[in-house]
Design a protein around this ligand. Structure first.
Ligand SMILES: Nc1ncnc2c1ncn2[C@@H]1O[C@H](COP(=O)(O)OP(=O)(O)OP(=O)(O)O)[C@@H](O)[C@H]1O
Length: 301
């Protein structure tokens, strides 16, 4: 299927510092794409370039094959949630939505529909947004994004300020949006938060793409750690079956799956005392390394 969101060599420089550096990725329909990176990695800037709020220094972003600026009535195609605190605090939630509904030409009935979808009560909707908690602002921001019945959602840290139940609710909502054929790009600085909902991941650090691919692929932990009553015999059985084996301080580390190890141990009549998938994924390490590096930079700056 065609990509619905495309970043092509997007670059943003402030002075001579590239905060987004040659970033390319796609987000496809029917899938949730998680945009991951530590604070300051360039996620917001990338999303702002995709939605024409920031002009790229180089490269371009397209949505449904066009730049955001070239989309007719963009709110009917792309729902955007970038800064939930940016709403006019003197208006009520309902007024905010009604105004946008009018601009987009959706008709006022849609306002009640989206309020219902995001779980804001009539009473909450008639309070001024100044009085809203961050979680309520996120819900209103999401209601706003959904208002025009878009095919594409671009959401910057939508889980910020939500409690665990709210985060689960948000996940379900994004899942069903994608299952209905929609395209979702959502950013987060928390791997665990995104891992649970994203089909694909784009990982960014210091403005550059670090990794990109399906969540399954990127989080796959190849290999197994195993201990047995006879590691020598087990290592022999594993190498005999064509698997790589390394002796570690705590038994064996092998490229075989846990099931393969179990099967070979059974055939070789070796008793296993510990069997587990290889620890910590490369992705997690990559992600935390970048976070740590970034932290050091901040301290020395
Ligand atoms: N208008 C600007 N002028 C100068 N530097 C900027 C500007 N906007 C953003 N930056 C810098 O660009 C870098 C990337 O910021 P950005 O907000 O895109 O990161 P992020 O990944 O969204 O982080 P966060 O999770 O903290 O929002 C940061 O170091 C930020 O200070």
């Amino acid at each position: 299927m065609d990509a619905m969101i495309t970043a092509e060599n997007l670059t943003k420089r402030y002075g001579n510092r590239a905060v987004v550096d040659d970033v390319s990725f796609t987000a496809r329909p029917g899938r949730v794409t998680g945009f991951l990176g530590p604070n300051g990695a360039g996620k917001s800037t990338t999303m702002r370039m995709l939605t024409a709020l920031t002009t790229p220094t180089a490269g371009r972003g397209t949505i449904l094959g066009r730049t955001f600026r070239d989309l007719p009535n963009p709110g009917r195609h792309v729902g955007v949630l970038l800064d939930a605190s940016a709403q006019h605090v003197g208006r009520t939630g309902r007024e905010t939505l009604l105004l946008s509904a009018q601009l987009m030409g959706t008709g006022p009935h849609r306002v009640d529909e989206v309020l219902d979808v995001v779980g804001l009560t009539a009473r909450e909707a008639s309070a001024r947004t100044r009085t809203y908690s961050l979680g309520m602002r996120q819900r209103l921001g999401l209601a706003h994004a959904l208002l025009g019945e878009p095919e594409v959602l671009i959401l910057d840290e939508p889980a910020n300020g939500l409690d665990p139940a709210g985060i689960r609710w948000m996940r379900n909502l994004l899942r069903s949006f994608a299952d209905g054929g929609g395209t979702v790009l959502l950013s987060s600085h928390l791997l665990l938060e995104v891992e649970a909902v994203a089909d694909d991941l784009v990982i960014i650090g210091n403005g550059r793409i670090l990794a990109r691919g399906s969540t399954e692929e990127l989080l796959a932990t190849p290999g197994t750690q195993v201990r047995s009553t006879d590691d020598g015999a087990l290592a022999g059985a594993l190498t005999g079956a064509g698997h790589d084996v390394v002796r570690t301080g705590a038994g064996l580390s092998t490229s075989a799956t846990t099931e393969e190890v179990g099967g070979l141990a059974l055939a070789a009549a070796v008793v296993l005392t510990d069997l587990r998938p290889a620890a910590s994924t490369g992705l997690e390490e990559l992600f935390f390394d970048t976070t740590a590096q970034h932290g050091r930079e901040e301290i020395s700056a």
